[in-house]
Design a protein around this ligand. Structure first.
Ligand code: NG1
Ligand code: ZN
Length: 553
């Protein structure tokens, strides 16, 4: 029985931010932390309703604002299988937050809540116990926001709440999924832990080295990992401290790991900074030219790699480079296992992928490529529905690989035939590799391990990796306009429908530049329009981009 008296009290105590319009975007709710109390309160209730709707399965809730500055925070809901909140529930999240924000008293809020419960036919008088998993990144505001989020869960809705404390976003996704799988299998103590996460991924990593009888060393003398002074730092260190992790300690150095100093979060470091500015983060000077570097973002769901050549030139190995490396490696394994005709491998990109990467995948790797709209959920869906091995990455480093049910069935059955020939090595590689990947969501730690092991097996240096293809010079700029909602697109955001006539003008500009490509779309996360341009000649790129921007303004 729901205790509405208690809910009223919590509503009055918690919802201090009033008359602010909230929207649940691609990254959930995200704004200044001091304005999030009301949203946390309503999101906590929504997560419980989602769990009730799904017969009490674990629903995840993550408190994070990823690569945003330290003053921000945010929250998003995760489905029982570790994927993002079902699209049809996003409007509910918004309605409930705005109901709490604009209601003049609890009764008004309760009316809106009742409508939602009625609409989704949720039975609050059930014996089903809702289960919730919560996690937060390292932000200073998170413990308070966590209380706003969870206060009603047990006291009003009798939910069981598993608090993971500080974890990365992908850990929360992974643990939510694993807890449900165990619950489904009838495990009496289904709750998965952080420790499960470390042991599974290290296990798969070690097994791949063992499969190839490789000495357990990275293929580069040293790897520097910039953790953006976020939660990736302490979590990565737990992995490195684990008993089973036996890469020589001197090969790995974690930098920008001051998650205990709030203001340093994402400040002049991290994946977003490195990708946007195409330069080394704070705290790194190019000491050795044969080192490999990588940067996570603040909640460790993105990673980009880079190195510095002997002429001190910075080279970025971004999401496109990561997906092409995986595509090269996994296509080869499929061929070696003679499965290239029975299992379909493909790469999913957005319009922001460099044109050279797309050409390389099609023409050199002979692998299918799809393009979707920006936003991980679009890429994830395409990868999961179109391919048996669906590799997807946004250029900014967010991505993963999804292996289909058919993939697992096929590998298992082929392995059971236990042919003692060359196929077995490829089959074991494919199996272990699928276990090294966090298939619920892009994961900096898991993606990093997968890159390291791939480089080691292929005996590739960062330079070899980079030289597979050369990026076209490219530029991404933000343009502030009076109303970004008028910018409507088609063809996976590659063409504008509105404002009428603008696309024709852009096409005329593009035609002037060899290998030119440019597109314009409204950002989903910022009040701005983004203009992307790439062309063959780097000395003309600035002018090219400016010309498009002039038409947009
Ligand atoms: P918007 O603001 O819609 O361009 C940005 C990133 C996306 C994605 C989302 C979610 C670019 C150009 N856009 O989206 O790739 O990561 O944020 O955080 O990097
Ligand atoms: Zn992130």
């Amino acid at each position: 029985k729901v205790d509405y008296e208690q809910l009223c009290k919590l509503y009055d105590d918690t919802c201090r931010t009033k008359n602010v319009q909230f929207s649940y975007g691609t990254a959930g709710f995200r704004t200044l932390a001091k304005n999030l109390d009301t949203v946390m309160f309503s999101t906590g209730i929504l997560a419980v309703l989602r769990s009730l709707k799904l017969q009490g399965q674990y629903v995840g809730v993550m408190i994070t604002a990823s690569h945003n500055p330290y003053q921000d925070n945010g929250v998003k809901i995760v489905e029982p299988d570790g994927s993002m909140l079902l699209a049809t529930w996003e409007p509910y999240a918004m309605q409930l937050a705005n109901a709490a924000s604009f209601a003049t008293n609890f009764e008004e809020f309760r009316v809106e809540l009742a409508k939602l419960i009625e609409h989704e036919k949720i039975d609050l008088n059930t014996t089903v116990v809702p289960h919730i998993v919560v996690g937060r990144d390292s932000r200073e505001s998170s413990p308070y926001l966590l209380r706003c989020l969870t206060s009603s869960m047990a006291s009003v809705f009798h939910a069981q709440v598993l608090d993971l404390g500080c974890v990365t976003t992908p850990q929360l996704h992974y643990i939510t999924d694993l807890s449900n799988r165990r619950k489904l299998e009838g495990d009496i103590a289904p709750v998965a832990t952080e420790q499960d996460y470390y042991s599974f991924f290290i296990g798969a990593f070690n097994e791949l080295f063992a499969t190839y009888q490789l000495e357990k060393r990275l293929s580069v003398p040293k790897l520097f990992i910039d953790t953006a002074n976020g939660i990736g730092g302490p979590q990565l260190k737990k992995l490195l401290a684990s008993e089973d992790w036996d890469v020589p300690a001197e090969q790995v150095e974690v930098i920008n790991d001051r998650s205990d100093v709030p203001e340093l979060l994402n400040f002049e470091c991290g994946a977003d900074y490195v990708k946007t500015n195409q330069r080394l983060p704070k705290g790194l000077s190019p000491s050795s030219f044969d080192s490999l570097y990588c940067s996570f973002d603040g909640d460790a769901d993105r990673v980009v790699f880079y190195y510095v050549d002997s002429g001190s030139k910075f080279h970025l190995l971004d999401g496109d480079k990561i997906s092409t490396l995986f595509a090269k490696f996994l296509s080869k394994q499929l061929e070696l296992a003679h499965l290239e005709h029975s299992l379909k491998i493909g790469v999913v990109q957005t319009a922001y992928a460099n044109g050279s990467s797309t050409a390389y995948i099609k023409n050199t790797l002979h692998c299918p490529v799809s393009c979707t709209k920006t936003g991980v959920k679009h890429l994830h869906h395409e990868a999961a529905t179109q391919y048996d091995i669906g590799i997807y990455f946004e250029a900014n480093g967010h991505g993963t690989i999804i292996f289909s049910e058919k993939f697992h069935r096929t590998i298992k059955s082929e392995l059971s035939k236990s042919k003692l020939n060359g196929d077995t090595l490829a089959l074991r590689t494919l199996k272990c590799f699928s276990e090294l990947i966090n298939q619920t969501v892009g994961d900096a730690i898991s993606d990093m391990l997968a890159v390291l092991v791939t480089l080691a097996i292929l005996k590739m240096s960062p330079v070899d990796w980079d030289e597979e293809y050369t990026d076209l010079p490219n530029k991404l700029v933000k343009c502030i306009v009076p109303d970004r909602s008028i910018f409507q697109t088609t063809d996976q955001e590659r063409k504008l429908l509105n404002p009428v006539g603008l696309q024709d003008k852009i096409d005329l500009v593009v035609a002037k530049y060899p290998m030119g490509r440019s597109f314009v779309r409204a950002s989903g996360t910022e009040d701005a329009v983004r203009v992307y341009a790439e062309c063959e000649d780097s000395s003309k790129l600035g002018q090219f981009c400016d010309e498009v921007v002039e038409h947009v303004k």
